[in-house]
Design a protein around this ligand. Sequence first.
Ligand SMILES: Nc1ncnc2c1ncn2[C@@H]1O[C@H](COP(=O)(O)OP(=O)(O)OP(=O)(O)O)[C@@H](O)[C@H]1O
Length: 764
Amino acid sequence: MSDSRGDREPERTDDIAAEQHYVSMLYDKLDELRRYTTERLSETLAQTGGTPQARTERDISTKMHTEKLAQLSAVENGLCFGRLDLDSQERFHIGRLGLFDEDNEYEPLLLDWRAPAARPFYLATAASRDGVVRRRHLRTRQRTVTGYEDEVLDLDSAEQGSHLGLAGEATLLAALDARRTGQMTDIVATIQAEQDRIIRSKMNGVLVVQGGPGTGKTAVALHRAAYLLYTYRQQLTKRGVLVVGPNETFLRYIGQVLPSLGETGVLLSTVGELYPGVTATGTESAEAAEIKGRSSMVKVLNTAVRDRQQVPKDHIEVTFDREALRVDRRTCTQARTKARRSRKPHNEARKVFLREMFSALSLQVADRLGRDLLDQRDIDDIDSELRQDPGVCKVLDGLWPELTAPELLDELLSSPERLKTAARKQLDTDERAMLLREPGSAWAPSDAPLLDELAELLGEDDEQQRHEQAQQEREELAYAQGVLHIMEQDDEIIDPERLRVSDVLDAEVLAERHRASSDLTAAERAAGDRTWTFGHVIVDEAQELSAMAWRVLMRRCPSRSMTLVGDIAQTGALGGARSWQEILHPYVADRWRLEQLTINYRTPAEIMSVADGVLSAMGTDLETPTSVRTAGVRPWSRHVPGDELATRLPALVSGELEAVGDGRLAVLLPPERLEAVGTSLTEQVPGTVVGPQPEGLESPAVLLTVDQAKGLEFDSVLVVDPDGVIAGSERGLNDLYVALTRATQRLGVVHTGALPDVLGALEP
Ligand SMILES: Nc1ncnc2c1ncn2[C@@H]1O[C@H](COP(=O)(O)OP(=O)(O)OP(=O)(O)O)[C@@H](O)[C@H]1O
């Protein structure tokens, strides 16, 4: 717990004045860069016409300047937040981006927090100083320095910081005590050593970050994305970085963090959104989601596809050239076997099937005409006439139709017969019944991985199209090499500060950008391309994903350069993870590395001691993370009978809202209570929003189910009907644990029956 403050020096006004002087100089520099970039951008935009090459150059230049301007605007707040004083008498200021003095041999004026030289700011301790004598955390409001915190890294000094080994503790605690706004903020000024090690861990391979609630997993995941983009810029600009979150609300909550770090080239998505063209707005039961998430669904889908490769019971007759042709079982079976043996996806193997069938039918026609009188050319002619005959095509289409994933899945899930044939071995009658839906219903999140799997089995991507695309890419690369050369001749662009083209682009990146002349980043193009593979994939709340969802993500990341963050103790989804090994073994065996986060930055100790009882009852060997602070407020509980909730809860909510001032409150409750309680609260407590609506997290109070609150945090949390939460699912205790740990300051529990035993630590 944090009550010691390390060896800190009192702030002195002349020091603040000196820092202000320096920080003002940095802002002047930033303004100068903005002016310069704006001018370049205006000049580029003012140019019109010209050759296609000139237009491409302009597009590229516009994009570069626009990105740069966005980055320069993003770093306005907290531009500089730290200083390192070294044994060597050198001093470095640390901030959100690198600034250099071009009149003085590019001396660094401000070190980007991601630069290797900035690392001791996060890692140095008195015992392992790394040449650092003093670490200073600067506090600023807009462009004004309001204070600082010094840590002298000296083993002889009286105190060595808190037992948790926190760096910049006062600054950290001030950040943690701040009221929440409904938007996650970056932690760049106060990243702690155990977090820094994860953020800067090498990019390759699968890194799993296990950490209890509030340990900064999401924060670390996002800062890692920013770090990787800085360190492996060229590699990642081409393929992009994907950050996967559990739902839309969560993605909105974290959406500002990367832009505030000056990074925009990241695709934030749920697994449900990864199938282009499908918006998973449908609802489904937890049980149906669990079934659809099982890996055995691969077999079911495989069978469903094979079931669409038919042969007639005996034969089908079709008229061609006024004569009857026999499409008989034996020929069809042979053609089907050949097509299946090609091991191609259904739509591609269809070509093999059709080739065999048309060839057999051509011979049938030839025999009728007298095969001895015909040569190969005549037979080929018959073949092409057959291919154009609508009647013949219709019969063959019926035997081996061209399919799309959405139509096949819709037909499968809306037909008890089809489902029974496809899933006889994998699902029992009740399970199959749970999957059935009306034809044309909206897709639910767990349908997206099934669609993706089907798209693989069907082979929707056309080979020819890919071949043409590869050829076009080769041409674009050659062209881009030329453009790069021309741009480097341009004095303006070889401005030493930032715009040296080859520093930011190589020909391949340039070609990629040219390809995206519609101004799309890799991330944006990836969003519309099902077969896109990413340079790095980060998965938050990774414990929630089903086996089928993992298959989608692994297909998107064949290099297996991934960061997975989560907490096995918070798994709520029935098909979610029970262990990391279980998830990863099919893909990387035991070639993955584990890092753990152990300090809870969100939830105060008073609340964690309540949550601890729930974690123990789960029977897991995971430990509760240690809270970094106390809130000075004891969590409370109140008994309110179920039928009085609607009338009595508004007063409790109003009381809590008063207590948190301009902070945010969440009421977390079982889904079945949402409607009744929601109606009375929205009527009686102004500013209350029900459910995960876009404005929900910014409003004073929001009602959510535990599932919807996953990954979020609020100044105050009211957990209503804990028994209902526990009883709501097989993983009800995990859900209760999640609910209790969303609070940054205050927790109240409103129970409708006796207080559950697992909450024994609560006071009435
Ligand atoms: N080093 C830090 N400096 C300042 N704030 C921090 C730091 N680390 C974490 N936090 C804050 O702690 C809170 C919890 O972080 P985060 O949401 O990333 O935790 P989590 O491990 O993902 O939690 P959960 O699993 O419960 O969703 C956030 O408000 C985050 O900004």
